[in-house]
Design a protein around this ligand. Structure first.
Ligand code: HEC
Ligand code: HEC
Length: 103
């Protein structure tokens, strides 16, 4: 089978989509926020409005953690505890976009 010009377009498109997919999944390797005693306040702030065990399935499905409230806590505490970010750390507003919460 001969590969036509428009086939190459299709192959190129698949390659681009694959590359984007790999780039996005690479982000997930960023360390999550540890779910430990130290970060308890973060999880409490994020899940303070979490639906209870007998809330409707609708509420549970569309629940979003209060990330902005939780993010206010990160830097004050890290600074107080002397936790320094790696020198090549990316721009750091919105911590929780990159550092995911564990459930
Ligand atoms: C009450 C203090 C406190 C708050 C609030 C806090 N941290 Fe931390 N964080 C620490 C300490 C202390 C460490 C050092 C390791 C440990 O004890 O868990 C740490 C470590 C980390 C690490 C490295 C974990 C690892 O595996 O090496 C990440 C990532 C992190 N914090 C992200 C966050 C983010 C994002 C927030 C806000 C959403 C946050 N932290 C809020 C105290 C805090
Ligand atoms: C654009 C994505 C992004 C944002 C936003 C971001 N980080 Fe990071 N962070 C990273 C990457 C990538 C690394 C280095 C890889 C790793 O170790 O997770 C890192 C590393 C860290 C580490 C060191 C983890 C270790 O190796 O012990 C800490 C602590 C940390 N970030 C805290 C924060 C805090 C606090 C905020 C918000 C003020 C924040 N980060 C925002 C991407 C991000």
């Amino acid at each position: 089978m001969k590969i036509e010009k428009r086939d190459w377009f299709f192959i190129g498109l698949v390659a681009v989509i694959l590359a984007i997919f790999i780039a996005i999944s690479g982000e997930e390797k960023t360390k999550p926020v540890p779910n430990n005693a130290t970060h308890k306040s973060v999880y409490e702030a994020a899940y303070k409005n979490a639906p209870g065990p007998d809330a409707s399935l609708f509420k549970k499905t569309f629940f979003k953690p209060s990330k902005k409230d939780a993010e206010k806590l990160c830097e004050p505490c890290h600074n107080a505890k002397g936790i320094i970010l790696p020198p090549n750390h990316p721009p750091k507003h919105r911590c929780l976009f990159c550092h995911k919460l564990l459930n």
